[in-house]
Design a protein around this ligand. Structure first.
Ligand code: GLN
Length: 280
């Protein structure tokens, strides 16, 4: 019988198993940022906080992190991953800042440190007007197929408040597309991306808030100096009125980007080749 696996490797393998949901194996891949750079990790399907404009990731969170980088005399590099990888990647050392419309929760506070909050918000139902859902009667969603983005507070809500497993998607927009295709009955998402998703969709609407949540920037625990810089930048942006300006500017830009995408759609459809006839 051969025992080729060294004990340390075995221990590491076991450790990575027990922390699989925190992506511990990724820790080995952590690399230092390029000199003069600070990295922000995000998930860019969340307008107006982060979305893609061409290849670039832009939005409110990017502007906040750019201000942090400036305060530190560095330039910002942005990395885009799935939402449920944002915090694990931060913990694994793949970025110094995580900003992705991340709600401050007790559970996350045990894993990372949060800046002062920069937005007060919450989650809503997104529903078809002929199948309405009401925040006051949220329990009516029990037993229905509820679509959410993976790893979000919306997913927590479905488990904790509705007592069931949500249907998981990789973005609020893909959950919404599934509802339009009849695959889920209702979607739950944060109100701002929810508003973006129903823009130009007259048959759909959103409910009142189901929760009150706050977004903050997350950093790896145990960095009081970085946390102090983060808080100073956010407090200054807030006090000077610049934070509101950033929010208004990027809300308008996200809307314009969505409208442009919408306008481009029929052209894309028309450009599609005819579907091949089904084989008999
Ligand atoms: N605010 C929600 C959360 O933190 C959703 C964030 C997101 O999908 N980007 O879970």
């Amino acid at each position: 019988m051969k025992h080729t696996l060294p004990l340390a490797a075995l221990a590491a393998a076991v450790a990575s198993l027990s922390f699989a949901d925190e992506a511990a194996p990724a820790a080995a891949e952590a690399v230092a940022p390029a000199p003069g750079t600070i990295r922000m990790i995000t998930e860019a399907t969340f307008p107006p906080y982060e979305f893609r404009q061409g290849k670039e990731v832009v939005g409110i969170d990017v502007e906040i992190c750019k201000a942090v980088a400036k305060e530190l005399g560095k330039t910002l590099a942005v990395e885009d991953v799935e939402f449920d990888s944002v915090i694990p990647s931060l913990i694994a050392g793949k970025a110094e800042l995580a900003a992705a419309g991340i709600t401050v929760t007790e559970d996350r506070k045990m894993k990372v440190d949060f800046s002062h909050p920069y937005v007060r918000t919450g989650i809503v139902f997104i529903f078809a007007k002929d199948k309405p859902f009401d925040a006051e009667k949220a329990e009516e969603a029990k037993g229905k197929r509820v679509g959410v983005q993976n790893g979000t507070t919306s997913a927590d809500y479905v488990r904790e408040k509705l007592g069931q497993e949500p249907e998981m998607f990789d973005s609020p927009a893909s959950a919404f597309a599934a509802m339009k295709a009849g695959k889920v009955d209702v979607v739950i998402a944060d109100i701002d991306p929810a508003k973006a998703v129903i823009k130009g969709e007259p048959d759909y609407d959103i409910s009142e808030l189901l929760t009150v949540e706050e977004y903050a920037v997350a950093i790896k625990k145990g960095q009081p100096e970085l946390l102090a810089v983060l808080n100073k930048v956010i407090d200054d942006l807030d006090a000077s009125g610049k934070l509101d300006e950033i929010k208004d500017e990027w809300t308008a830009k996200a809307e314009a980007a969505a409208a442009a995408e919408e306008a481009a759609k029929p052209a894309e459809e028309a450009a599609k080749p005819e579907a091949a006839p089904a084989a008999e």
